[in-house]
Write a protein that binds this ligand. Structure first.
Ligand code: ADP
Ligand code: MG
Length: 476
């Protein structure tokens, strides 16, 4: 490259820097090189595919303008990925402090399965990558499979067992379930299992950690390092997706997601609701999330609860050999603690504490006393907007697409209003979200429908009965 070209390139970079600001410049453009200038087109290169697509999506115009200020004849700027050795620099391995997480383990010495996969190196490497802490007890070995989680478990296993270079079957894998139904357990199991072979890297991040990591990286201007680290990841696991918030973070997340998926890396996501219900997320992100395999884990059946209790007792016995819980007590707990896995875990911890402190065996009577407050009234069922539409359509003998359509005939308008009213009262969805789910209507339309039905129910006994009956059908 000639000196003239070099000078020109320096000036273009100077323009770009003052146009986007120092922070943005150093995050995205610091490693951009000029490859060549030919007639009307300029050829630039960056070290990663990710940077390339980010720059093309957000800064293409800006870069062109800066060039045109120096060379008005330029009409095209091409950005390509350099294939230098720098690309995909291996992520720094960190010497593993032995016993790293073991000392922090809540009550668990690792099971033998875990010991075999060498916890300390796995978690040290994982943390060096910036991953969220992993709980050594949350492995496939301790995950109990039952009717409600068979599919999610199978998909997770498949992901964990994939090998570098394998074609990815479903991407992203999106798992959703209510609180305490095993999402984190399954995701961490994928991470442990996936990282146990040296060959692949699985990174587990909570959505908060993703946000924090990214924002922090931008502040210290090491966004590039963060990106580069992500590029060295074979499987990215994101937990509690519902907490991902903020426009910039979302744009960033969306980009990361696209870049990873396009590069054939696996992405696994868990959230407390299906993609369509992640209201604060951009439509594009939602549809990308829904574009792989979406699996719901239902509530824990009694058999599964019993299985989880037994596995918890077995884990506790690894330390407390004398700890025993008679089967009738386990049955009692499985029958009465229906809420979620956390309460099951809590129940066993209490029985253990009580029997240790008082040096008494566990009895049914003691169990009843100890776990009284964990027994909650039946959780109301999580009702979905689709269920409401289906049940209402059936009741009024119209089709679901009629409800979503723009038809305004009386036989459709009233059922539609009833359905919107039920959606507002039986789910936690916002008015705009409900509008969107009813054929893209405005939130004021939903509000109008809700008010209308509220007013009518007060006056019209027949309608009141109808609404009550619909509610019963949805809750049973
Ligand atoms: P979530 O992330 O969905 O809120 P967690 O994965 O944290 O739920 O699970 C809550 C508790 O229940 C944990 O102690 C977890 O080990 C246990 N648990 C849930 N499902 C299972 C399962 N299928 N097998 C074993 N333990 C489970
Ligand atoms: Mg969780």
């Amino acid at each position: 490259m000639t000196n003239v070209e070099q000078d020109r390139w320096s000036r273009v970079k100077g323009r770009l820097r003052s146009s986007v600001g120092e922070d943005v410049y150093s995050s995205w453009f610091a490693r951009m090189d000029l490859e060549s200038v030919q007639d009307e087109s300029v050829h630039l290169s960056v070290p990663t595919r990710f940077l390339k697509s980010w720059i093309q999506a957000h800064y293409a115009e800006r870069v062109l303008t800066c060039w045109q200020a120096e060379m008005p004849q330029v009409h095209r700027v091409d950005v390509t990925v350099r294939t230098a050795m720098r690309v995909n620099a291996p992520v720094k391995e960190v010497a593993a402090p032995v016993e790293a997480r073991r000392s922090e383990g809540r009550d668990g010495r690792p099971s033998s399965e875990l010991r075999a996969t060498a916890i300390a190196p796995v978690s040290a490497t994982h943390e060096a990558l910036g991953g969220s802490p992993l709980d050594p007890r949350l492995t496939f070995g301790s995950f109990v499979v039952g009717r409600s989680n068979t599919l999610a478990h199978a998909a997770a296993r498949q992901v964990a067992e994939g090998r570098r270079g394998d074609s990815v079957m479903f991407n992203p894998l999106y798992i959703h379930a209510g609180v305490g139904l095993g999402k984190t357990h399954l995701l961490q199991a994928v991470t442990w299992a996936g990282n146990s072979g040296a060959e692949r890297k699985v990174l587990y991040l909570t959505a908060e950690k993703f946000m924090y990591g990214f924002v922090a990286a931008l502040k210290t201007q090491t966004a590039l390092a963060f990106k580069e680290a992500l590029r060295g990841i074979d499987v990215l696991v994101i937990d509690d997706m519902q907490f991902l918030q903020g426009k910039t973070t979302q744009a960033e997340f969306c980009h990361t997601l696209n870049a990873l998926i396009d590069a054939g890396r696996q992405v696994v996501i868990a959230a407390d609701r299906p993609p369509a219900d992640l209201e604060s997320l951009d439509e594009r992100v939602r549809s990308r999330l829904a574009g792989g395999l979406v699996v719901e884990m239902g509530s824990l059946g009694e058999e599964l609860r019993l299985g989880i209790l037994k596995s918890r007792v077995a884990a506790a016995r690894a330390h407390h050999a004398t700890f025993e819980v008679p089967l009738p007590v386990l049955d009692y707990l499985a029958r009465t603690i229906t809420h979620n896995g956390r309460d099951l875990e809590g129940a066993i911890n209490r029985l253990l504490a009580h029997s240790k402190l008082n040096a008494t065996p566990v009895t049914l009577e003691m169990a009843e006393r100890e776990v009284r407050d964990l027994i909650r009234p039946m959780e109301p069922k999580r009702i979905k907007i689709e269920d409401i539409q289906r049940v209402v359509a059936r009741q009024y003998n119209v089709s679901r697409s009629d409800l979503l359509s723009s038809r305004r005939t009386a036989n459709v308008v009233r059922p539609r209003q009833v359905a919107m009213y039920l959606a507002k009262t039986l789910t936690l969805r916002s008015l705009p979200e409900i509008g969107r789910r009813f054929g893209g209507r405005d939130h004021t339309t939903v509000l109008h429908a809700v008010r209308k039905i509220e007013a009518l129910v007060g006056k019209d006994v027949a309608l009141q009965d109808e609404v009550e009956s619909l509610k019963r059908q949805l809750q049973e």
